[in-house]
Design a protein around this ligand. Structure first.
Ligand SMILES: *Cc1c(COP(=O)(O)O)cnc(C)c1O
Length: 421
């Protein structure tokens, strides 16, 4: 097949901007040479990247297909319709808006559509795995709405839906938000839907982290239970950096469309929407369900291996692509652990654990995810190796011979599983 988008992409230009392309080259080498364990990252396909490097970046297309404020939109209309149709099919939703520039932008639009400024919103506590756009005082959400949070239980480190219900009955929110950035267990969207109905609130599900698992059939879908579902396209969904909103009600989508543009954004990034269309097509292929299943299988084995080596997995394990690892049994902070792992080319982030005794700048845990390393082809046996490497360096963080050995073994594995051949 001829691929004009590939030849027109930045991958085929002769670069003149030496300083810039040197940094891009170094970043490429970094991604190839390290195992990416940051749970919110992934490696997109070349075709996804090629779509972003096309002439579509030149086009202003304010509005929606068939109803634009600029001329010459006949071909970008085709692109946006492809993206919307595929998004609807992928998530079994009647309506889709593919324009949000990011997950946070998608949440701005969703809250604008579902609530008035200063309305009450109930969402998961940031300290227990929620997201900045779910009520952080410096985020738009916390500035413009009155937030209250629910969290996980101290003993189980899981959500207790009875407690969420009690909080909703007491607070009487206009909107309930469900979804998290650092929660390793399944979320009961049907129960959230029932609670929202009972208290007369709208349900906004932010499935940013697990969108790819929902698409791949490894997490129950929130779409039948929520008024609006927002997500990022670049995490487990493995598309370009961006946001997506789906829902079933046509009138709700009218409000969303207006809240995205002109509400919170100007011209859509048509090159990114093209890349979303490519990623949605990839996620509709049956190979993506195999990928999602492998992501979860890998996370389980990694968590089991770490637990067997004396690290504590928050809530005792994982149902999805990520885990929170309490590193205090190794007498380390999360910050120390992040640095030690980085020194052996394992990239991750420090993370608060529920009821953390350390401040966020130190934290007691690291968050590990398997979405990116599964994309590069790693399977269960590699997770056992990886878990043992992590435990080896965290058990003896100052032992340079352990670090040298592990870094060498990580490098060898990376060379055996190149990302972009
Ligand atoms: C990552 C994430 C977002 C925000 O995504 P950005 O694209 O970085 O704005 C929103 N909500 C949740 C739950 C997330 O995990």
């Amino acid at each position: 097949m001829q691929s004009p988008s590939l030849t027109a992409s930045n991958l085929s230009v002769r670069p003149t901007d030496e300083a810039l392309w040197a940094a891009v080259g170094q970043e490429t080498a970094r991604q190839e040479g390290q195992l990416e364990l940051i749970a919110s990252e992934n490696h997109t396909s070349r075709e996804v990247m090629a779509a972003m490097g096309t002439v579509l970046t030149n086009k202003y297309a304010e509005g929606y297909p068939g109803k634009r404020y600029y001329g010459g939109c006949e071909f970008v209309d085709v692109v946006e319709d492809l993206a919307r149709d595929r998004a609807k099919q992928l998530f079994g939703a009647a309506q889709a808006n593919v324009q949000p520039h990011s997950g946070t932008q998608a949440n701005i639009a969703a809250l604008m559509a579902l609530a008035k400024p200063r309305d009450r919103v109930l969402a998961m506590s940031l300290d227990h795995g929620g997201h900045l756009s779910h009520g952080h005082p410096k985020n738009f959400s916390g500035v413009f709405y009155e937030f209250k949070s629910y969290g996980v239980e101290k003993d189980t480190e899981r959500l207790d839906m009875n407690r969420v219900r009690e909080a909703a009955l007491e607070f009487k929110p206009a909107v309930i938000m469900a979804g998290a950035s650092a929660y390793s267990r399944g979320i009961d969207f049907a129960a959230f839907g029932a609670i929202a109905k009972e208290v007369g609130a709208k349900l906004l599900v932010d499935q940013a982290h697990i969108a790819g698992l929902v698409a791949g059939g490894k997490h129950p879908s929130p779409v039948p239970h929520a008024d609006v579902v927002t997500m990022t396209t670049h995490k487990t969904l493995r598309g370009p950096r961006g946001g997506l909103i789906v829902c079933n009600d046509e009138n709700v989508m009218k409000a969303i469309n207006s809240a995205v543009f002109p509400g919170g954004q100007g011209g859509p990034f048509m090159h990114v929407i093209a890349a979303k269309a490519v990623a949605f097509r990839e996620a509709l292929d049956k190979s993506f369900a195999v990928y999602a299943a492998q992501v979860c299988a890998n996370a389980k084995v990694l968590a089991e291996t770490l637990a067997a080596r004396g690290l504590r997995i928050v809530s005792g394990g994982t149902d999805n692509h990520l885990m929170l690892v309490d590193v205090t049994p190794m007498k380390l902070t999360g910050k120390d652990a992040e640095n030690v792992l980085h020194s052996v080319d394992l990239t991750c982030n420090k993370n608060l654990i529920p009821y953390d005794q350390n401040p966020p700048s130190k934290a007691s845990g690291v968050r590990l995810g398997t979405a990116a390393i599964t994309t590069r082809g790693l399977k269960e046996a590699h997770m056992r190796q990886l878990g043992n490497w992590i435990a080896d360096v965290l058990a003896e963080p100052t032992n340079t011979s352990v670090a040298t050995r592990v870094r060498g073994e990580v490098g060898e594995l990376c060379r055996s599983f190149p990302i972009y051949r």
